[in-house]
Structure formats: C-alpha cells, structure tokens
Ligand binder design. Structure first.
Ligand code: SAH
Length: 369
C-alpha cells in the first residue's frame, strides 16, 4: 500500500525531501499545510512547485480514519466512533470548557492491561495505532469542529487547545508511534501545543516513563488508583510487573532536575474498594515529597461491572484528607457520561486478538515487554 502522509513526522519528511534532491525546509512547509491549516489537497499547497506536488502525489496518499458516528452530550462533550482501515473502530472524545478544548485521544485498538474497572479492558486488545491513526484523530476532530463553526477558544484560533492521551489503550505500550505523535503535537510547524497542554497518561510502564523523559518534554499522568501493592495488583494487573515503589521511583526521576514538572495522579473512586480515610492517609504517605496534583475520578459504570461509584460525601472527605495532608486534589467533573464518553467508558469496536478469556494470566509480556 502507498505511504500515508500522516505517517510522516518532520524527520521522516525531511529525509524524503533530501533523498529526492529537495531542500529540507519543504518538510516544514508540508507540515504547515497539513496539520496547521488542515489542507490535504496537494493542488492547494501553493508554495510547492508543480513538479514537487506531482512527486508528492506519487509517493503519499492521505488516508484518515472514517467517522462512523459523532454523538453530542447534554454538557457539550462529543464522542466520535472512528473506523480504521482494517475495520476496527476506536473512540475519541472532545471536552469543551470555557477556556480550553481538550481532545482525549486513543493510542491502541483496545488495551492489553486488563484493569478491572475499565470498560476498554473488556474489549480485549488488537494492535497499536499507527502514527497516522493517532494524528488522524486530531485532524478529524479539529477540522470537523472548525467546519461547524465551533467557538474557538485558543489564541491560535483552534478548537483543540489541549490533548490528553487518555483514550483507549496504554500510550506507553505504543511507545514509538506515541512519541512521534507527541512530537508533532508540540512541533511549531504542526499543532504547536506547549508541553503543558499535552499529557500522556500511563498505568505505570516504568522503563517507558524513563525513556519518555529522555526523548520528549511532556506532561505526565499516572493512573495510580490504590496506595498499596495488594490492592493495586487487583485493580491494575500491570502492578505485578511494576509495583508501586518502582512506579514512584520513576516519577521522582521524571521530576528530578526540573522545577516545573508536577505529575498528575489519577485515582478512580470505587465504592468501599479504595475510598476510605485509611486509603487517603496511605496515599499521603506514598506521595510525600513528590510534586503532584491528585485527580479523583468518580467511577463511571459500564455494563457487567461489579464496581460502584463512591458516594459524593465519601469523595469529599477523601479529598479533604488529602488537602490536609498537603496534597493539591481536585475531583474530576464527570463529562459526557450520558453518551458513554466519560473516563473508562470508551469501547470502540475491537476484534480481540488477545483471547483473554482463554488465558489464566492476565499480563501478557509481548504487549509491553
Ligand atoms: N492506559 C492509560 C490511558 C488510559 S487513561 C492509563 O491507564 O493511564 C483513562 C483513565 O480513566 C485512566 O486513569 C483510567 O484508570 C481511568 N478509568 C478507567 N476506567 C474508569 C472508569 N470506569 N471510571 C472512571 N475512570 C476510569
């Protein structure tokens, strides 16, 4: 199959142009057309010669995910179901707020981590998304919102001002494509978002957290959910491979020799599972000395789950205990739950290849070795 233009970042495009006897800056011109201005028709790329446009046409197709449905929640949140070339479907979510527009992007078809409280886990795992499929999500969301005349909130007149890699999948298990995508999101010739506005969320893939720091400056969120290994082993099976002490050590390294980094800790509030004052106190002890902000996420139910959301007063008490322990804590507002677009509710349509139901051991090495 022909190359997809969306699979090429700045370095790849530069290599292509140099190889074809062109100046390296052609790469930045193409990025600007495609990702900044949203132009994917070569005929409109007027600062490229006709011959060059012809050559581009011969080498690159533009293939984007196909929008199957787009639902809008009563609170303005939108969820798209996108079909990929192989027939699998993924979901992405746009969350508008007064001062920002956040796109929640998927990184894999399904997820291999099998967290017990997450609906994506129930879909099983199929494969990593390509760079084109990750960047295609941004392009489709940005340009469909613009086309509808969506109220642009950002200085750059864009609908998307923030990206969170919190959709389907474990972003750090798709390391190379995700790092390239983050590069394009933060590249001034492309989306040009600041590192503060681009967040990678991980269930705690320790070696990948270390590599991430050395490769790209980005905001980090850790899906922690439990203050002890026993409980976390049950909720996040990846913890058996990378226990809390190792995750926390990687977090300390991530913020080391850098004043400005603060890690977001995600903590899903599960009724009578991880939501008692004792859990809150243990969490304070665990997070001592680490610059963090804790996000409490009221559990979002989905079919066939046995978990329930913690009661509001329990969440409030938990938050107050953390505050008194010196930890900045906010309760994440539930958005888009009427269209199943809230945290942990993204399901897509995944052809499961992990055959998880046939396996005894939930952790499978090959997906995040
Ligand atoms: N795999 C990555 C990216 C997914 S982010 C990670 O684990 O961080 C999605 C966030 O929503 C994670 O913090 C996840 O733990 C949380 N989540 C999953 N299921 C949920 C549910 N049912 N209710 C609330 N939050 C949930």
């Amino acid at each position: 199959m022909m190359n997809n233009l969306f699979d090429f970042d700045q370095a790849d495009l530069t290599a292509f142009f140099v190889e074809h006897g062109e100046k390296p800056f052609r790469a930045t011109q193409v990025l600007q057309w495609v990702h900044q201005r949203g132009v994917i028709d070569y005929a409109e790329m007027t600062n490229l010669s006709k011959a060059l446009r012809q050559r581009m046409q011969e080498h690159f197709e533009v293939r984007l995910p196909e929008v199957v449905t787009c639902q809008q929640s009563a609170d303005g949140t939108r969820k798209w179901l996108l079909r990929l070339e192989d027939g699998n479907c993924i979901e992405m979510v746009f969350i508008p707020e007064s001062d920002r527009g956040t796109l929640c992007v998927s990184s894999q078809v399904g997820c291999a981590l099998d967290c017990s409280f997450c609906s994506t886990a129930q879909q099983g795992f199929n494969r990593n998304l390509t760079l084109a499929e990750i960047m295609g999500q941004l392009w489709v969301a940005e340009h469909s919102l613009r086309a509808e005349g969506f109220q642009l909130c950002d200085l750059n007149q864009r609908a998307i001002s923030n990206v969170v890699m919190m959709g389907m999948g474990e972003p750090l298990a798709n390391f190379n494509n995700v790092v390239k995508a983050l590069g394009l999101m933060m590249n001034d010739f492309s989306y040009g978002l600041s590192w503060r506005r681009v967040t990678v969320s991980t269930a705690g893939m320790v070696p990948a957290i270390r590599r991430l720091k050395s490769l790209c400056d980005v905001s980090l969120a850790i899906s922690l959910h439990a203050p002890t290994d026993d409980l976390r082993n049950e909720l996040v099976p990846l913890n058996r491979k990378y226990p809390l002490a190792e995750v926390l050590a990687a977090c300390h390294e991530f913020v080391a020799d850098s004043q400005r980094r603060r890690i977001t800790i995600e903590y899903v509030m599960l009724h009578e599972v991880n939501d008692t004052p004792a859990h809150a106190r243990a969490l304070i002890k665990l997070l001592r000395d680490l610059p963090v902000k804790v996000n409490l996420i009221p559990f979002n139910p989905f079919p066939q789950t046995h978990y329930q959301r913690s009661r509001p007063e329990v969440i409030e008490l938990f938050r107050d205990i953390l505050w008194k322990g010196g930890i900045v804590t906010v309760t994440r507002k539930t958005r888009g739950d009427d269209i199943d677009a809230a945290c942990g509710q993204l399901a897509g349509k995944v052809t499961d290849r992990s055959r998880r139901h046939l396996k005894q051991i939930p952790i499978r090495q090959e997906h995040y070795g």
